[in-house]
Design a protein around this ligand. Structure first.
Ligand code: HEM
Length: 553
């Protein structure tokens, strides 16, 4: 049976690395010592994966795609064949069904409808409104660092950045002040840490779930972590308080509640927001910023916004060429009529934590490590920030961040070298002939785009292991080949939180660089990454830095 299943790639004329019966390549994919991306990179460089290749996760074939043009087809042009990600763990226990409401768990039209409601939550205008909340947390981060370095010779930036992102997400998504940067005993960060440290026994259960999902449904096995009840209580309580006292903080919770309360007509107009995607090589560009800010600054924001959405929808519908697409719009409209209930809001708040905590904390830690290792670039960044602050009378504003091109370049280069999501996965939902080949991807097959490998490919990035932020400066951006820098994914299903994540990292990094000189602690010259099959790339032993304060607080 194993031989028959493992004949798939050979029969289709697609190369695959040597494998072993039944396991296929699972022993490489689930290897605790060596990160999964290292094996995938080998497939990319030695077995044709720089265009496409096949691997076996146990008996299941997975298509590896590394060619930027093919990725463009899968992620954008022929997105309707790849709307869904790999099947998520479906919670069968009614009490824990909150996981099923997450945007990441949704498929097809359900996903499209929810994404449309959520997209307006992440516009630049909304980010600008949330900027003061993030700044407050970044100030707490700097104070925390100052205090720590007065007590200890070095500081672990991964741990510290983790506290900062927990505080920011607790404030912006859960609407609470958890103050983990001030209070060592705060309950929220402890629950977050327990939520993310899944015990090995549970990991084994997840693995079995991947192999026998139907059995789990039949037996109603619950895979949810117990901390979920705590988060549920926090959100339920905060929502109730806000409704009772009519409170407003301009955070994610408010915006999701707004989506809950707005008329169904408004939601209809937003159907196609999710169809737009930013160019990841051109984050936060000025034109986009101006458009969004115009909307945000108007008193009658909602009317303006509705008008724009209506126009976009009309234009989009006019451009629709097939009946199928018309049908999708109608279905999405129908799905939206229900709006977001409290359970759906809780699910999205939790998702922001799951998707935004580790990714953002690692990015900040990776960027600090690279700047500490490259003092020249650190000085250039500090100089840029000082000059911009001088122009703005010493105040760090949202616009200062937009204007700080070297800051942006440092973060883009960090995300190139260490993309927290080293691969993108899609599930083929209708069979698809891979362009330029004889191979038809069957419905249900997992297709994987190689983020890490294209980011480190010398054909696209000369001297790829060198930290060189200049690659992303405006004058050099035209040299970047599209789909070779995709840390936030691409296409309609890209990272919805990209703007928020960038704002969070930029504010913190800018404040840190202005407050202190960063140096690598002895013995921390090389960054060791965590191994295993994790979806995220993380520093294994933290990022130990020596901080030398610059001036007074
Ligand atoms: C530096 C930090 C971050 C990185 C590198 C990152 C990266 C990614 C990537 C690679 C994906 C998959 C995209 C695809 O499949 O094409 C993704 C999806 C997602 N991210 Fe992020 N992310 C970050 C921060 C955040 C934050 C802060 C939030 C929320 C506040 C967030 C929310 C999400 C959500 C909800 C999805 C799923 C979107 C969907 O299925 O429609 N992310 N992210």
């Amino acid at each position: 049976y194993s031989r028959k299943r493992h004949n798939f790639w050979t029969l289709n004329g697609i190369s695959t690395p040597p494998f072993i019966p039944f396991l296929g390549h699972a022993h490489k994919l689930y290897n605790k010592k060596q990160g999964r991306w290292i094996f995938e990179n080998e497939v990319y460089s030695k077995f044709g994966g720089c265009r496409y290749a096949g691997i076996y996760e146990f008996l299941n074939p997975i298509l590896i795609v590394g060619d930027p043009e093919l990725m463009k087809n899968i992620l954008v042009k022929d997105f309707d064949h790849f709307v869904n990600r790999r099947k998520q763990t479906v919670m069968t226990n009614e009490r824990d069904s909150v996981m099923n409401h997450m945007l990441t768990s949704k498929e097809g039209d359900d996903w499209k409808a929810l994404r449309s409601v959520m997209s307006p939550t992440f516009t630049s205008g909304r980010m600008k409104a949330m900027f003061p909340l993030v700044c407050e947390k970044a100030n707490a981060l700097v104070s925390f660092c100052r205090k720590e370095i007065s007590k200890k010779p070095q500081i672990d930036m991964k741990y510290t950045a983790g506290r900062y992102t927990v505080d920011t997400l607790a404030s912006c998504a859960f609407g609470i002040e958890c103050n983990s940067l001030i209070d060592d005993d705060a309950a929220f960060p402890k629950k977050v840490s327990a939520f993310f440290n899944v015990p090995s026994s549970k990991l084994l259960l997840y693995l079995f779930y991947r192999l026998f999902p139907r059995m789990f449904s039949l037996l109603k096995i619950n895979l949810n972590p117990p901390e979920l009840d705590f988060f549920k209580e926090v959100v339920t309580h905060t929502i109730a308080e806000r409704k009772r006292k009519n409170l407003r903080r301009d955070d994610f919770l408010d915006l999701l509640l707004e989506a809950e309360h707005s008329e169904s007509e408004t939601k209809d107009e937003q159907v196609h927001q999710g169809d737009e995607w930013p160019d990841s090589n051109n984050q936060l560009n000025n034109e986009e910023k101006e458009q969004d800010d115009n909307v945000a600054n108007k008193k009658d924001t909602v009317t303006q916004h509705q008008h724009q959405q209506m126009q976009k929808l009309q234009e989009h519908v006019q451009n629709e060429s097939t009946e199928e697409k018309h049908e999708n719009v109608k279905n999405a409209k129908k799905t939206l009529k229900g709006g977001l209930d409290d359970n759906a809001i809780l699910a999205q708040c939790l998702l922001f934590l799951v998707a935004g905590y580790d990714t953002t904390a690692s990015t900040l830690a990776f960027a600090s490590f690279l700047l500490a290792k490259h003092p020249k670039e650190q000085d250039t960044l500090r100089q840029e920030l000082r000059e911009l602050l001088e122009e703005k009378e010493g105040k760090l504003t949202y616009d200062t961040l937009i204007d700080a091109k070297f800051l942006d370049s440092c973060i883009m280069e960090t995300l190139r070298l260490y993309p927290p999501g080293p691969r993108l996965q899609r599930m083929c939902n209708k069979s698809y002939r891979l362009p330029g080949t004889e191979f038809t991807i069957p419905k249900g097959m997992v297709v994987q785009c190689q983020v890490w490998s294209v980011h480190h490919d010398a054909r696209y990035w000369p001297d790829p292991e060198k930290f060189s932020p200049d690659r992303f400066m405006p004058e050099n951006r035209p040299n970047i080949k599209s789909f070779t820098h995709i840390p936030f994914g691409m296409g309609p299903r890209n990272c919805i939180g990209m703007r928020f994540a960038l704002m969070e990292v930029k504010v913190a990094l800018a404040k840190l660089v202005l407050a202190a000189e960063m140096k690598l602690a002895p013995g921390s010259e090389e960054l060791i990454l965590e191994g295993g099959n994790s979806s995220f790339l993380r520093p294994k032993y933290g990022v130990n830095l020596i901080l030398k304060p610059l001036g007074s607080e």
